[in-house]
Design a protein around this ligand. Structure first.
Ligand code: AHG
Ligand code: MN
Ligand code: MN
Length: 349
């Protein structure tokens, strides 16, 4: 059976332009429509440690995302909506889908055997997966949970690090508290009007769209580049009164420029739109959250890596997000991410 995504007959089929090709030799032109599995296999030698384990890890994540996608899609049909009645590490009420997504990803990564430890928004300390795996994973299993009940896009965010301690030794802080610049792969799944997996292994960013009839992801957005400039700003202006003056000034600047304000309230959905269209996403320090609300290890780092690989930029207002050395698993950071020139402009305030 063929799909719209398959290369041979797809009217959308195209390979990257000559200009894109010459941008970086390591970026290999890929036909739109290639299946994720085949894409991973073809590009396996791009990985820093081309042993095949990272490829398998990406497949495990893709598989877990399909299960979560199924749960997300039936959320309105069965009694899995609403709060689970428990509180997570950040003090938020956990949604049932948060819990479910966490279980699905933990299970897939444990069974896969490539990851030795899992950092998750939904667990207080990291989970030792009792594997001899060479990788450490950080995930936000369900991002945008307040949007579940109102049928608005949500997502999953993941970061993959190479384990530092030798296999067989106990896992240490050095394995867990790594800087974003040490990520070997990162990405997200957006459960939106269609479901997409977007990821990078440090050789550009590629986006795959899920075909639910075939249960497979197909390359739909090859070598994604975020426009250097944009006209969209995304910030929760409800907290405006408690922004620092420079952030207030930048918001005023955006209004003076007649930029468009767009804020979904699901980081992944806001980020993804800005990645495609050009824009800036800001979650600054506020009175309620003096370090910002977003979590460095399983929200900001992955998106900072994706943004930079797509030609964009991510800072905490002072330094690159990827250069922040985490002190704790659940630490928060102010976050400015998106089109390079917009983020640079915001920094100048
Ligand atoms: P999560 O659902 O994983 O807790 O994340 C929610 C985050 C993020 O997705 C979103 O951008 C932000 O919270 C929205 O916060 P505000 O409602 O304070 O704007
Ligand atoms: Mn989140
Ligand atoms: Mn979450």
């Amino acid at each position: 059976m063929r799909t719209n995504f398959e290369p041979e007959f797809s009217p959308k089929m195209k390979v990257k332009s000559q200009a894109a090709k010459s941008m970086e030799e390591s970026r290999i032109a890929q036909p739109i429509g290639i299946a994720l599995d085949r894409f991973i296999k073809i590009n396996q030698d791009q990985f820093a440690y081309a042993s095949g384990e990272l490829s398998q890890l990406l497949r495990d994540i893709a598989l877990a995302s399909k299960v979560v996608n199924r749960e997300v899609n039936k959320a309105g049909l069965i009694d899995i909506m609403g709060q689970a009645g428990s509180i997570n590490s950040g003090g938020d009420a956990q949604q049932k889908l948060d819990v479910l997504a966490n279980i699905r990803f933990t299970r897939a990564l444990t069974k896969g055997g490539e990851a030795c430890a899992l950092i998750s928004e939904e667990t207080e300390s990291y989970v030792d997966l009792s594997n001899d795996g060479k990788y450490v994973i950080a995930i936000d299993p369900l991002d945008g949970s307040s949007n579940i009940d109102v049928n608005v896009s949500i997502g999953t965010i993941f970061s993959i690090y190479r384990r530092k301690s030798p296999v067989g030794q106990p896992i240490s802080d050095a394995d867990i508290l790594q800087k974003g610049s040490e990520q070997v792969a990162a990405g997200y799944i957006l459960y939106g009007s269609s479901t997409m997996l977007v990821y990078t292994t440090g050789h550009g960013v590629n986006g795959f769209t899920y075909d639910p009839t075939l249960g497979e992801y197909f390359l739909s957005h090859a070598d994604m580049r975020i426009p250097e400039d944009g006209k969209i700003y995304s910030i929760n202006e409800g907290s405006y009164n408690s922004f620092a003056q420079p952030v207030k000034d930048y918001v005023s600047y955006c209004k003076d420029q007649q930029y468009t304000g767009r804020y979904i309230g699901s980081l992944i959905a806001d980020f993804h739109r800005n990645l495609l269209k050009g824009g800036i996403y800001i979650y600054p320090a506020t009175a309620k959250d003096p370090n910002g609300k977003l979590r460095l290890m399983y929200e900001c780092n992955a998106l900072a890596f994706v943004a930079e690989q797509a030609g964009g930029k991510a800072t905490n207002g002072k330094i690159s997000v990827l250069d922040i050395k985490p002190k704790t698993l659940h630490e928060r950071t102010p976050f400015f991410v998106g089109s390079k020139n917009m983020v640079t402009k915001a920094e100048s305030f």
